[in-house]
Ligand binder design. Structure first.
Ligand code: ANZ
Length: 472
């Protein structure tokens, strides 16, 4: 009772045999564990297995071995090898994520999170491999093609489960302050990943229609330099052009550049002129063209921007290519600025803003926009909710069921664990649980009506997000 505790918890992927990386890590852990226990700590030094995941599915396809059997054999082999090293591991606390006695708790956590609004189901764009019939991570898309099938990857809309981590953006950002001893570059990476931006929304009226386009900007001070609007190919206004031959050509060129944010940012800028004109909110009778552009992401802000070529690199490249107006509205102290000029300075060519510095002008424009009720101040995060569903067999089943009336509800906790079936066909393409002949058919306990199980499983990073609690 009076002892201090110290935990050193290990969680390798059971890939087959241990390699020198394991030996190195677990030797260091062993040294610390022994040192701490000599210092009088009560040390918890267990070992567990992050045992779900794709390699087991692939191996079983190749060798006709069930993923469970393949995984168990690997665990036995690695355990034997680790024991030979004489590490001070407490094997009585061993766990594996593919064991129903582990994942039943994960399913319970899922239901609790769901009931508390921390999990949701949303339709989003995914990288879709049409041959493997599965979702690919960005890293699995190579030059726009699937890493295994080599098929051209499509952007497809799919319902997916999400952990609503964006609810915690500010907490995560504040928490970085408490990470004493962490390298600054790691903290900076985390900060940029959360990506908090201050700016505002501005609503533009479209000439001759009732349509409006809302943009997000971090540079409202440059509004007088706005010479075009650009919307994402997935924006709802873009949908009107989905039958247009020129749009289809544009779309084909854009789809070849890959789907990662980085690829999109670096790719050549392409646009499609909608021929729509937006009314400038502060310059009477000024109309600016509306383009659909490949560099505008639907997943960020409003999926629409105002372009200010004089002060933004991408907008500058775009304006050069399509011969759009370039109006300088920020000036440095020097003689002549090279455009695009992206630093601070004094505002010019901007009516009531002239002479202000950038920061003051931002505040001024936000105030004006709010007074006119055509927008408001906005804090925008780059962080996205975490997509946790996978169309895979070898993962933790999501404990939700689909009712006839379209409702999706958690299973009754008394039914947990929802176990994976053993008799699975991994040879055919698509989601194995979806294809299984009867696994998904179930009964809604509350009413006795027939229902269908969710056939997606959880990303293995969910399994390895809470093992330290299970060990304890
Ligand atoms: C006008 C403007 C003028 C901008 C200027 C920049 C410079 P961060 O810092 O990453 O938040 N933007 C907004 N939504 C976008 C989207 N969905 N896809 C691509 N670009 C988008 O960047 C915010 C800036 O990125 C916004 O400010 C917008 O361009 C662009 F001289 O608005 B700016």
């Amino acid at each position: 009772k009076n002892k201090k505790f110290y935990c050193l918890e290990m969680f390798p992927y059971p890939s087959g045999r241990i390699h020198m990386g394991h030996v190195r890590n677990y030797t260091m852990g062993d040294v610390v564990a022994r040192y701490k226990s000599l210092k009088g700590f009560n040390v918890l030094h267990p070992m567990g297995w992050d045992a779900f995941g794709l390699p087991a599915e692939n191996a079983s396809r190749e060798n006709n071995l069930s993923p469970m059997k393949w995984t168990k054999e690997n665990i036995d082999q690695m355990k034997k090898q680790l024991k030979m090293l004489g590490l001070s591991i407490d094997w009585s606390k061993e766990i594996a994520t593919c064991d129903p006695s582990y994942y039943k708790h994960q399913q319970e956590l899922f239901i609790d999170f769901y009931n508390n609004g921390l999990i949701s189901r949303k339709e989003t764009y995914v990288n879709w491999d049409p041959v493997e019939k599965t979702v690919l991570a960005n890293e699995q898309v190579i030059n726009g093609k699937g890493w295994r099938s080599n098929a051209l990857v499509e952007r497809k809309k799919l319902y997916q489960w999400f952990l609503n981590i964006t609810k915690f953006s500010d907490d995560l950002l504040d928490g970085l302050k408490n990470l004493d001893g962490w390298p600054d570059k790691v903290k900076l990476m985390q900060k940029n990943w959360i990506g908090k931006s201050f700016g505002c929304e501005i609503i533009f009226d479209i000439d001759n229609t009732d349509e409006k386009i809302k943009v997000f900007t971090t540079r409202p001070d440059t509004i007088f330099g706005a010479t075009f609007l650009a919307i994402s190919p997935d924006h709802k206004i873009s949908k009107k052009f989905y039958q247009n031959q020129d749009f289809l050509k544009f779309k084909e060129i854009s789809s070849k550049i890959g789907t990662t944010e980085e690829a999109i940012a670096l790719a050549e800028k392409h646009g499609f002129d909608t021929k729509l004109k937006a009314k400038h909110p502060f310059i009477k009778n000024k109309l600016i063209p509306v383009y659909i552009a490949n560099f505008v992401l639907m997943e960020y802000g409003e999926g629409a921007i105002f372009g200010c070529p004089a002060h933004d690199q991408r907008d500058f490249e775009f304006a050069k290519k399509y011969n759009l107006e370039i109006i300088q509205v920020v000036k440095s102290d020097g003689e002549k600025d090279t455009l695009p000029y992206t630093s601070g300075g004094k505002i010019i060519n901007s009516d009531m803003l002239n002479g202000m510095d950038v920061e003051k002008a931002k505040i001024e424009v936000i105030k004006k926009v709010e007074n006119l009720k055509i927008g408001k101040k906005k804090i925008q995060y780059r962080l996205k909710d975490w997509g946790i569903s996978r169309q895979r067999y070898w993962g933790c089943p999501i404990p939700m069921i689909h009712l006839k009336n379209g409702q999706i509800v958690p299973v009754d906790k008394s039914e947990l664990p929802i176990k994976l079936p053993d008799n699975i066909d991994l040879k055919s393409s698509g989601n194995p649980l979806e294809n299984h002949k009867d696994w998904k058919r179930t009964i809604y306990k509350k009413t006795g009506e027939p229902a269908l199980r969710e056939t997606d499983t959880l990303d293995t990073f969910v399994d390895s997000s809470w093992y330290f609690i299970r060990f304890c």
